[in-house]
Design a binder for this molecule. Sequence first.
Ligand code: AP5
Length: 210
Amino acid sequence: MKLVLLGAPGAGKGTQAEVLSEKLGIPVISTGNMLRAAIAEGTEQGKTAEVYIKQGGLVPDDVVVEILKERLSHFDCKNGFILDGFPRSLSQAEVLDKMGVAIDRVISLEVPDEEIAKRLSGRRVCLLCGATYHIEYNPPKQDGLCNNDNQPLIIRDDDKPETFMKRLEVYHELTEPLKEYYLDKGILRIVVGQEEVSDTSREVLKALEG
Ligand code: AP5
């Protein structure tokens, strides 16, 4: 199964990707997490990415595509993968097509913009493993610590209201048109994000069957 998760910032792509990865036994490929790792490592790609991420814009295609191609070449991708955060524009969807990556399903997670603001303001993440929590909706077992590796959880820089509004704008302008692109290919499924993470997961799994 080669799966793409589409959705606005904070729609729950990362959260659902983790659930699906466990259920389907395929890795999550999150371009956002890979870019944040590159920033933390201080690589040239990371230095370029940081400028764009801080402003809430998209990182240039050449940087993201290079990181993605390298990750897709790993052995654990041979039985499929879940793309979280790629493609994010028509030009990136065309890159996947040119690479000969045949996507089986595209799930668009739909959540109203007002709800997204609540989700992002309470989000906490683990920089080591990329796990995502919410202080109210999806808290870690131990306050402030990751369930997987006990690392301290942090608030992402780009979750500040001014940056987040820009990210939402970029989503509507550049990423949302992808729904039509994949609708035309007959592989798009819309899933309305529910209040409970587990309810959304059930809907996503249903959408994968149909
Ligand atoms: P990225 O890290 O991909 O961020 P994003 O797409 O903006 O998405 P988020 O990670 O903010 O949200 P999510 O949908 O994963 O939601 P989550 O599950 O965390 O990208 C960051 C930046 O990197 C971009 O802005 C861009 O600059 C750059 N970038 C990345 N990919 C790129 C690309 N391909 N090209 C160019 N640039 C790129 O959930 C959010 C919160 O809600 C959490 O707290 C969670 O616990 C909670 N929650 C989740 N589900 C529910 C639920 N059902 N009910 C209640 N709460 C819930």
